[in-house]
Write a protein that binds this ligand. Structure first.
Ligand SMILES: Nc1ncnc2c1ncn2[C@@H]1O[C@H](COP(=O)(O)OP(=O)(O)OP(=O)(O)O)[C@@H](O)[C@H]1O
Length: 330
């Protein structure tokens, strides 16, 4: 559904204030470096997939979303949506994609302030050519899903900033686009609202078949929502399912840790020669053993632990946050 081929964007270099220039000759002679935002990014996203674009600040995520939306022209390469070039064939895809830039509140100007939430939504549904009865059904469902029912007849003006963002996120549920581009959609939202939005995105992908490009700095959000993730910082760093990326970093990490709560006494000698460090606490009925060992020795450690009456274990699993910090090292 979406394909990026060697997508590259260099922004023009910043122009110094004219007052700082000694002469036009100097200005023309001084080489000015272009700003790289994306360098040779390629990926494919299947229909109905939620594809995460992850990277540090300035990695090029918003630039990529803007290219998909026809707002920025790449220096080189292409981004295709349903086989159409996002720039050259923009007319053919305009009605098939919907974008939310969660971080830029000025886009909320889409709504009329002294008009109810419901009327605003009806107006936008009409603009998108959704038949009246279907629009009513979708509006009711979206307001319920996002827990906004009681704001239905409220003027848009009277909503809090977070609620306005939430109303903005109702729109994809009404429009049901083929492709949804979400640039930090939950950036200002509280933890409850964030979960409601996650449900909505999941429903669009799983039940409507919408293909989603999602940028986020919330790695929990990425782990829960994304089928696959592209980790990049101008150029590609890694790609895979959250599980694949976690396993990749887990394999790269030399050391692993297990804490086990054991009923009875522990003999540290049982773990000598395999654990690099052994720490034992407690001397009553239950004891805690903390074992540091090489990643490849996990099986052997578990086998030796199985001789004991293990009540509880904590295994140091790599999180997506560690994947991010490990692979995007500055
Ligand atoms: N209009 C512009 N003109 C010049 N440089 C730009 C412009 N827009 C972005 N850039 C530069 O391009 C690079 C990528 O920016 P972009 O906004 O795409 O990153 P991002 O990954 O979305 O960052 P963040 O996580 O901070 O939102 C940055 O170095 C940025 O300064």
């Amino acid at each position: 559904m979406i394909e990026a081929v060697n997508l590259t964007k260099y922004y023009p270099p910043p122009i110094k204030s004219l007052f700082d220039l000694k002469s036009l000759k100097d200005f023309l002679k001084t080489p000015r470096e272009e700003i790289p935002a994306l360098v040779d990014i390629s990926f494919k996203v299947k229909e109905g997939e939620i594809y995460g674009l992850l990277g540090p600040n300035g990695a090029g995520k918003t630039t990529l979303c803007k290219i998909a939306n026809g707002l920025v022209i790449p220096t080189r390469g292409h981004l295709y949506i349903a086989g159409y070039d996002s720039i050259q064939d923009h007319d053919k895809i305009r009605g098939r994609i919907f974008t939310i830039f969660g971080g830029s509140r000025d886009l909320f100007g889409l709504f009329q302030w002294r008009v109810s939430v419901e009327k605003n939504l009806r107006f936008i549904a009409e603009l998108w050519g959704i038949p009246k009865a279907e629009a009513e059904r979708r509006i009711t469902h979206a307001l319920e899903l996002l827990n906004l029912e009681e704001k239905r007849h409220e003027w848009y003006q009277k909503l809090s900033a977070g609620m306005r963002q939430k109303v903005y996120l109702v729109l994809p549920l009404i429009i049901q686009p083929e492709v949804l581009i979400l640039d930090e959609p939950t950036v200002y939202l509280d933890v409850f609202t964030r979960r409601e939005v996650w449900n909505a995105i999941m429903e669009l992908s799983r039940e409507v078949g919408t293909t989603v490009l999602l940028t986020t700095h919330n790695l929990k959000e990425a782990e829960i929502l994304c089928d696959r993730i592209l980790l990049f910082n101008k150029s590609k760093i890694a790609e895979g399912t959250p599980k694949e990326l976690i396993e990749k970093v887990q394999a790269l990490k030399a050391e692993r840790k297990i804490i086990a709560k054991i009923k009875g006494r522990i003999n540290p000698k049982d773990f000598e020669g395999i654990a690099q460090k052994i720490e034992i606490q407690g001397n009553g009925e239950s004891m805690y053993i903390q074992l540091y060992f090489k990643n490849e020795d996990l099986k052997e450690i578990l086998s030796r632990l199985s001789q004991y009456n293990v009540v509880d274990t904590q295994n140091s699993q790599v999180t997506l946050e560690e994947v991010f910090t490990h692979l995007c090292k500055r």
